[in-house]
Design a protein around this ligand. Sequence first.
Ligand SMILES: [Cu+2]
Length: 148
Amino acid sequence: MTRHLRRSALALAALSLATVCAASLSASPRLRDWTATLTGREGRKVAGTATAVPTADGKGVEVSVQLTGDTPGATRPWHVHVGSCAKSGGVFGGGRAYTPIAIDAKGNGSAKATVPAVFADTSTYYVNIHDAAAAMSIIVACGDLTKR
Ligand SMILES: [Cu+2]
C-alpha cells in the first residue's frame, strides 16, 4: 500500500514537471512578440494590426502589418518608429527595410519587413502608416507596439 502510494506520488511529480517544461517552452517565444493595433488618423477609416518578432538569428526583427478599410489603389509607406503615436521619433532600423503597402481593390493591404536592428527594453516603438511618398508628414494610421 505504502509502496503504491509512493510510486503514484513520484509519477505525479514527473507529470507536473513535464507540464511545467511544456508550458515554459511554448510560452518563451510569445513573451518576445510585440503587437500593435492601428487606428485611423485624420478622420480616416483605415484600421489594422502589426506584429514584430525577433528573427531566428536574433539580429533583427521581422515586422508584419495588415490594413483594412483603406483607399483602393493607394500606396502607403510605413515604418516602425522609436517613441509612441503620442510622442513621435525616428525610423527604427533605417528606412530601407520597409516596402510600401499596396492597397487592393477591397481596401486591404499588407507588408512584411525584416529590419536589421533589435528592440531595446529601454525604448518604446510604434507603427506609422504614411499617406504617400509625397506626403510623408500625413499619418493615416498609427499604433503603439506592446509586448504580449
Ligand atoms: Cu515612418
